[in-house]
Ligand binder design. Structure first.
Ligand code: PLP
Length: 387
C-alpha cells in the first residue's frame, strides 16, 4: 500500500496495542537492551543492525523516525545520526577510500567542504563543478555530491541528468536535500542513490534539536550504518528522535505555510530599490528543471544589497527586531544572516557570492512583522548612501 506524505507524517503504522494505545510513541531512553539468556543475546548480537542490542545500533524510537523518513523519500532504508554533519561524514567515511575522488556540484555547505579537505590527508581527492558535470568526472570519481537548491544563492541543478551520467560511469550519487525536505523534492525517484538531511532544519522544525539522516537502498545504508554510524558513533539520542517525530507530524502543513509566507516576502522584496537581485527557486522560472523536480519551495532565500560591504550589511541586519541574528534555518522563527566578514569579500566573490548577500529564513510569524523589520533595515542603509 502506498501512503501520501501527510499520512506518512501522521500515521503511527503500529497496532494500537503496541504502545498501549499511546498516540505519541514512547521514548526508549536506554543505552542497551538486556536478554533472558546468553544464547538469545549472542543471536541478537550477531545481527546488531537488525536487533535491539545497543542504542549505537538500533533503538525503537529512532527506528520509527527512520521508517517514516525512508517512506517519505521513497527509499528502502534510513539511518539517523546525531547531526546533519554526522550523516554527511558517515557517508564519506563509509563509501570512500584512499585514491577516490569526490565531485561536488553547485555551492556546498562550508563544513562539508572542510570535511573533505580534511579527508585529503587520508588520500581522498575532490574538485568542484558547475553545469559541466560529465566533463569533470575523473577516472577515480567514486561519489558525486550535490546540493540543490544550494543554500546561499539557491541555484537548482538538474538531478536526473546527473544521476544518468553517474550511472553510466558507475559513480554513487548523494544529495543534501535539506533545503527542500522530502515534501518538496524526492531525489531517489530521480535516480539519486542517497538523500541526506540535516533534520535540525525544517524536519525538526522547532529549533530545539540537532539531527541528521541518510536514506537509500538496503545495501548502501547497511554499509553506512556499519562503518559510518556504528564505528564513527554519531548517535541520535532517542529523546531527540521523539522531538523530530513531533516535528514530522506537522511538516507538510508547515512547509506549505513557509512557502506561502516566503512568496509574500519575495513580492515585498521585489519592490525595494536597494536590492540588486533576489535568490529563490520560485524566481527561476526560465529553468524548466525547477518545475520538473520540485513540487514546492521552502523559506530560505537570499538577496543582494546594492554596493554591499561589511558595514552596510551589518547596519541592515542590526535593525532587525523580529528576525533573529544567528546560524541555521528552517525553524518556526525567522532568521537573518550574511556570509560577509570583515576580511572575506574576495573569497566570497571567488565563489560567486556577492559581499552584499543577506540570507533570510522565513518562519511562521506571517509577513507583517517581518516586513516592518526589513523596512527599518532598508531605511537605515539609505542613510549610508548619503555619506
Ligand atoms: N547541510 C546544510 C545545507 C546545512 O545548512 C547544514 C547546517 O547548517 C548542514 C548540512 C549540517 O547540519 P547539522 O548542523 O545538523 O550538522
Amino acid at each position: 500500500m502506498s501512503y501520501t506524505d501527510e499520512q506518512i507524517c501522521t500515521h503511527s503504522f503500529d497496532t494500537p496495542e503496541k504502545h498501549h494505545g499511546a498516540v505519541s510513541p514512547p521514548i526508549y531512553q536506554t543505552s542497551l537492551f538486556a536478554f533472558e539468556t546468553f544464547e538469545a543475546f549472542t543471536k541478537a548480537q550477531s545481527a546488531e543492525r537488525e536487533n535491539y542490542v545497543y542504542t549505537r545500533g538500533v533503538n525503537p524510537t529512532t527506528e520509527i523516525l527512520e521508517r517514516k523518513l525512508a517512506m517519505l523519500e521513497r527509499g528502502e532504508r534510513c539511518k539517523c545520526f546525531g547531526s546533519g554533519m554526522g550523516a554527511i561524514s558517515s557517508v564519506f567515511l563509509s563509501l570512500l577510500q584512499k585514491g577516490d575522488h569526490v565531485l561536488f556540484v553547485n555551492t556546498i555547505y562550508g563544513p562539508t567542504q572542510e570535511l573533505v579537505e580534511h579527508l585529503n590527508r587520508f588520500g581522498i581527492e575532490h574538485s568542484f563543478t558547475g553545469e559541466e558535470v560529465e566533463a569533470d568526472v575523473q577516472p577515480n570519481t567514486k561519489l558525486i555530491y550535490v546540493e540543490s537548491p544550494g543554500t546561499m544563492t539557491m541555484k537548482v541543478i538538474d538531478l536526473k541528468s546527473i544521476s544518468t551520467i553517474a550511472k553510466q560511469h558507475g559513480i554513487i550519487t548523494a544529495i543534501d536535500n535539506t533545503w527542500s525536505t522530502p515534501i518538496f523534492q524526492k531525489p531517489l525517484t530521480l535516480g539519486f542513490d542517497l538523500s541526506i538531511h540535516s533534520l535540525t532544519k525544517y524536519i525538526g522544525g522547532h529549533s530545539d534539536v540537532v539531527g541528521g539522516a541518510v536514506i537509500g537502498d538496503e545495501e548502501l545504508i547497511d554499509q553506512i550504518s556499519k562503518y559510518g554510524f556504528q564505528l564513527n558513533g554519531s548517535v541520535m539520542s532517542p529523546h531527540d528522535a521523539s522531538l523530530i517525530l513531533r516535528g514530522l507530524r506537522t511538516l507538510p502543513i508547515r512547509m506549505k505555510q513557509h512557502e506561502y509566507n516566503t512568496l509574500q516576502m519575495i513580492n515585498y522584496l521585489k519592490t525595494k530599490e536597494e536590492i540588486t537581485s533576489i535568490h529563490h527557486p520560485s524566481l527561476q522560472t526560465d529553468n524548466p528543471i525547477v518545475k520538473e523536480q520540485m513540487t514546492g519551495f521552502s523559506g530560505l532565500l537570499s538577496f543582494e544589497l546594492k554596493e554591499g560591504a561589511f558595514e552596510k550589511v551589518a547596519l541592515f541586519i542590526n535593525q532587525m527586531k523580529v528576525f533573529k541574528i544567528g546560524v541555521s534555518w528552517g525553524g518556526y522563527e525567522s532568521l537573518i544572516n550574511a556570509p560577509i566578514k570583515r576580511d572575506n569579500a574576495s573569497n566570497l566573490e571567488a565563489q560567486g557570492i556577492s559581499p552584499g548577500l543577506v540570507r533570510l529564513s522565513i518562519g511562521l510569524e506571517g509577513p507583517d512583522l517581518l516586513i516592518a523589520d526589513l523596512e527599518k533595515g532598508f531605511q537605515a542603509v539609505q542613510t549610508i548612501k548619503s555619506y
